[in-house]
Design a protein around this ligand. Structure first.
Ligand code: OGA
Ligand code: MN
Length: 194
């Protein structure tokens, strides 16, 4: 059972790779809900927002139920995971925010942490990869480090795969991609989004 293994790994080692989380047809349907024009991704928050291609080169759009049934289905799937994590691990997750990301050829995301200790509301990070014909040499691997900055593993961004990790515990980076690279990045939050 994937769900039990997931809960177990996330609570013991802090991360889990869930292959075949979404099917090709689910991913295709989600992609069909995404407009062609996305926003340059930003770093920092609120009035310190600044586009910075030297740090990250992806483009994003926040996902909302209004974008279509396939998005609703994905959000519902993540909602059931949220409830499991709260029931089985008392994680106190109150909400989920998620965006679609597209890295054009050559783009990367330098090493960072999604939530510095105690500073934000992101508790658990999820990234679902949607690259149907990704092959070795295409780049765009996710590199995950421990808190001493030792490399733990590299992950190929293959279609249907989801990586989940505790947002405060794992610095990570996206290596330069040689192909368009698409994903859904999400965060379970300790507070409700207003
Ligand atoms: C992020 C991120 C990793 C990936 O969006 O914060 O680190 O593999 N994404 O896309
Ligand atoms: Mn990140």
């Amino acid at each position: 059972m994937s769900l039990n293994k997931f809960i177990d790994s996330l609570s013991t080692q802090g991360w889990y790779v869930w292959d075949d989380f979404l099917t090709s047809s689910e991913m295709q349907a989600i992609k069909n809900c995404i407009p062609d024009t996305l926003q340059d991704a930003r770093i920092g928050h609120q009035d310190t927002l600044q586009g910075n291609k030297a740090i990250r080169g992806d483009q994003t759009i926040w996902l909302e139920s209004e974008m279509g049934k396939p998005i609703v289905d994905y959000l519902e799937k993540m909602e059931s995971i949220r409830q499991e994590l709260n029931c089985q691990c008392y994680m106190g997750l109150r909400d989920f925010e998620t965006h679609f990301c597209r890295y054009p050829n050559g783009a990367f995301y330098k090493k960072h942490i999604d939530n510095f200790q105690g500073l934000g509301k992101r508790k658990v990070t999820t990234v679902v990869y949607m690259n149907e014909d990704w092959k070795a040499g295409d780049g765009g691997e996710l590199v995950v480090y421990d808190q001493q900055d030792n490399q733990l593993f590299q992950l190929e961004p293959v279609a249907g795969r989801m990586i989940v990790f505790m947002s405060e515990e794992f610095p990570h980076e996206v290596l330069p991609t040689q192909q368009k690279r698409e994903s859904l990045a999400g965060w379970f939050l300790t507070e409700k989004i207003l």
